[in-house]
Design a protein around this ligand. Structure first.
Ligand code: DP6
Length: 320
């Protein structure tokens, strides 16, 4: 039976934006995220008998765009003198469009590579390898509410609450399906070099993390809403004040923010967050899920919506 590894995207409520160490891809700030359950990436790695180059299939079609990072990730586990690999991947959502596809993809890839090479490692070791390729991927090894701490030598990651401890819902409003204009990695390096707001962003992150962690511990939705929206808009202010400016939003992104504001005025328990792309993610209590989905799907410019609960971290599965 062929073994596949599956991981789900995670959405940061307190964001990772900035690198402390480029060579090791160490984040400049800690972050706090929620892992989804309805969207997934599945990966399977086969090492070939004959030497040659790696081959990546994405939903059945050959893909070269992601291949360099995929090959680098496999090298970090199986070594540079390994045989060529055939990597199959499946996604049930758009790739590289600001829906955290790289987070779930690299978490699944690290697990699939360990599986294929017959090696074993603990979750934190695998999360650190995934994070060295794509910072947010480290968090997709864990389920529910996940906190990543940025140390000077390495990261630490842990789940601070399980999905069923506080079963929040996420409605993703997709406003563009194409790939994003600038990768988050390049964009955050630019912000670190050029935004006058960058240093205060880094300095104040510990306060936001403490407030979000406390909100999760107390299951205080209002507190989580306030700190998440603040942290999101602060990250985008750092992007906007970079040179040249980085603006991922479109008209529909702003229209979705208005929709969320209207719902909040009607006392619906919902807040928004936006990553390095034009999609808006609305986080809500289960009671508001339908109203939030209806509101966002009827918002001008929204192409489609995805609804998800919270899920668990990366795992190995048999493909049926
Ligand atoms: C805005 O993990 O994609 O989604 O480490 O360069 O691959 P690299 O960056 P990546 O950045 C994610 C940025 C973000 C915020 C977050 O997920 O915390």
């Amino acid at each position: 039976m062929k073994m596949w590894a599956q991981a789900q995207p995670n959405i940061a409520l307190v964001k990772y934006w900035g690198k402390r160490d480029l060579a090791r891809n160490l984040p400049a700030v800690g972050s706090l995220s929620i892992t989804l359950d309805a969207l997934y990436s599945r990966m399977s790695v086969d090492f070939l008998e004959n030497p040659g180059s790696d081959e990546l299939l994405l939903n059945g079609e050959s893909n070269t765009a992601m291949l360099p990072r995929v090959s680098m990730c496999i090298d970090r586990i199986a070594g540079n003198d390994r045989s060529a690999a055939r990597i199959q991947s499946e996604f049930n959502f758009p790739v590289a469009a600001g829906l955290a596809s790289s987070a779930s993809a690299f978490a699944a890839l690290v697990l699939a590579t360990y599986e294929a090479s017959g090696q074993t490692a603990d979750t934190l070791t695998m999360a650190r390898i995934a994070g060295s390729v794509s910072g947010s991927a480290a968090r997709s090894f864990y389920g529910g509410f996940v906190e990543l701490t940025a140390g000077s030598k390495d990261i630490d990651v842990e789940s601070i609450a399980d999905p069923e401890d506080w079963p929040l819902k996420v409605v993703v409003a997709v406003t563009e399906t194409g790939p994003k204009r600038l990768s988050s990695g390049e964009a955050m390096i630019r912000s670190g070099k050029t935004s006058p707001f960058y240093s205060s962003w880094v300095e104040r992150q510990a306060d936001d993390l403490a407030m979000a962690r406390e909100a999760v511990e107390k299951r205080d939705f209002e507190q989580l809403a306030v700190v998440s929206e603040h942290n999101c808009l602060k990250m985008h202010s750092v992007m906007w004040t970079s040179r040249p400016p980085i603006v991922y939003w479109n008209n529909a992104t702003l229209a979705c923010m208005e929709t969320v504001r209207d719902l909040q005025k009607r006392s619906e328990p919902v807040f928004f967050t936006i990553d390095a792309g034009p999609q808006l993610k609305a986080v809500c209590l289960p009671s508001a899920e339908e109203t939030v989905r209806d509101g966002l799907s009827q918002t001008d410019g929204v192409v489609t919506t995805y609804t998800s609960g919270l899920g668990y971290g990366a795992r190995v599965s048999e493909q049926l």
